[in-house]
Design a protein around this ligand. Structure first.
Ligand code: SF4
Ligand code: SF4
Length: 166
């Protein structure tokens, strides 16, 4: 996947897609869950995370206390030494996040702690969260970073604007 090309294309469309997601907060089509599921299935038949990993390269997961314990144990470390080595607290909300980007656990474009990765990573990019529109702020943050979210939101925009009074 050409992430540079994707970044340029998504950067140009970001404002337009953000405006759509913000409006979707107010006007939610009745059959939105079905529409999202169907559109999302099409997206994943085209996007291959193994050839991308842009989330691991450009964002950080939030680590819960359970994540920290599980991953530290997996690595043979204490939670305190794990936090000290790899994490810092977000200045705004105190969440535990990576100190560095790309993520230290990304090796050869793959997650080296896949079986014990943070829940945030396992749930990313959150397309199947219900109701979809409650996660609009998350999608707004990710639409120019995650090719799958970009495709999903672009296609939803096209369908919703064509088929509904908008
Ligand atoms: S823990 Fe694994 S899945 Fe999560 S950001 Fe790091 S490399 Fe990616
Ligand atoms: S979730 Fe999105 S950003 Fe992460 S690897 Fe898959 S397509 Fe790329």
């Amino acid at each position: 996947m050409d992430l540079q090309k994707f970044g340029k294309k998504a950067g140009k469309k970001k404002d337009e897609l953000t405006a759509f997601l913000q409006k979707l907060d107010e006007i939610v089509p009745e059959d939105m869950p079905g529409l999202v599921d169907k559109t999302d299935a099409g997206v994943w038949s085209e996007v291959d995370c193994m050839a991308c990993a842009n989330c691991c390269k450009t964002m950080t997961p939030t680590y819960t206390p359970d994540d920290i314990k599980r991953i530290a144990t997996h690595l043979g470390m204490t939670a305190a030494s794990f936090k000290n080595k790899w994490l810092e607290q977000d200045k705004d909300n105190g969440d535990w996040v990576n100190k560095q980007q790309p993520c230290q656990f990304l090796v050869d474009n793959k997650c080296s702690i896949y079986e014990v990765r943070p829940a945030d990573c396992a749930e990313f990019p959150h397309h199947n969260k219900k109701p979809f529109d409650e996660y609009n702020d998350t999608f707004i943050q990710n639409v120019h970073r995650c090719p799958a979210t970009f495709l999903l939101v672009s296609r939803l925009k096209k369908k919703v604007e064509k088929e509904y009074e908008w």
